[in-house]
Write a protein that binds this ligand. Sequence first.
Ligand SMILES: Cc1cc2nc3c(=O)[nH]c(=O)nc-3n(C[C@H](O)[C@H](O)[C@H](O)COP(=O)(O)OP(=O)(O)OC[C@H]3O[C@@H](n4cnc5c(N)ncnc54)[C@H](O)[C@@H]3O)c2cc1C
Length: 395
Amino acid sequence: MAIWVIADKCTGCGLCAKACPYGAMLVEDKLASLGPRCTQCGACLEACKFQALQSDLDQEPPPDLTGYRGVWVFCEVREGAPARVSLELLGQGGILAAELGQPLAAVLVGDKVESLVPELAAQGAQRVYVAQDPGLAVYSTLAYTRVLSELIATHRPGILLLGATPLGRDLAPRLSRRLDLGLTADCTELAIDPEGGGLMQTRPAFGGNLMATIVTPRARPQMATVRPGVMALGPRREGAQAEVVRHPVRLEPGDLLVRLLASQTQGQRPVDLTAARVIVAGGRGCGGPKGMDLLAQLAQALGGELGGTRVAVEEGWLAPARQIGQTGLTVRPELYIACGVSGAIQHRAGCLGARYIVAINRDRRAPIFSVADYALAGDMFKIVPALLSALKGAA
Ligand SMILES: Cc1cc2nc3c(=O)[nH]c(=O)nc-3n(C[C@H](O)[C@H](O)[C@H](O)COP(=O)(O)OP(=O)(O)OC[C@H]3O[C@@H](n4cnc5c(N)ncnc54)[C@H](O)[C@@H]3O)c2cc1C
């Protein structure tokens, strides 16, 4: 998109400069101009009361979006099973599809993956598009992009959802570029616009200080990624059936430029906090590795996992895979115990889905208390040992 100023109409009123979130509109000698910081976001177009700003979008005829129907979820396969985030997206996709009165479909790409259809049907998929080929056994950007692009061009879905996993974060932007689509990454809410029927894609913006709702009015499918744990699993319908649509795969040599020579798995059990029922989270208030060890004991006593804030990770007290929050994980345990955590908005974004939040903080005004079900105001080095001995006594 390009935006330009019509000098004859511009009064230099400055409304566009006020509306510009990037400080990119310059007004000099009663004339506006676009500076180098312009991102073409279009905020100035709406602000101008004199039609002095124009974009080439105004000149383009609206695209024909008829015939795009249905909600698709790309099903990521890990070690022969659907990734949990894909099942979570089927739950949310089902809500969107029901609102639109359209079908919910899953897309399975890989080698010998058709056996997973019953699992996807049980999680709500009414149709499953299956693309199988030995060349798809291991994820590769170009091969998967080809298959998904062909499927989209043939079946024209209205919405495509992917997990914001390393794979989804690689595939979604490539698809968006190849098909000239929009893409909203890391959405925390998805809903249908009751007026236009478009997908309202909400995500944190400006460092998590505000939530932005994004729509994609000129392209289909509307594409969004969602991080694991953000959406809840839908109800399971054991024995449900799904229609299978097989897609013939024809890969070109140029799609297989990357070959997997070897793969290594971590010696340790990989942590998956998104599936934990109990999480004990530590923040700066832990004061160091000793404080974190104390919390690890509490987590173990409760059969849970240890997590924490970005500060705890940056200090080196906690592995990055255990960070909770906007730039870490989104978790939904039954019980979340936050110790020495202030509860900054970026941290709360990752733990608000917990059923019960218990906060231990010596500052009574700490923001974490505003979202806690149980607030323990005091020193964690006194409260946590007391909890531990109470648990030992109860055992
Ligand atoms: C773009 C962006 C993304 C971010 N992403 C994340 C993210 O994903 N996750 C995340 O956590 N943060 C994230 N942050 C950082 C976030 O803004 C906060 O800085 C961070 O969460 C604060 O961590 P904290 O609670 O450990 O530390 P602090 O805010 O310093 O809080 C420490 C708390 O410990 C309490 N305390 C101290 N001693 C004790 C004691 N003995 N007993 C009990 N309480 C005690 C204090 O009263 C205080 O409330 C992000 C920031 C930005 C800008």
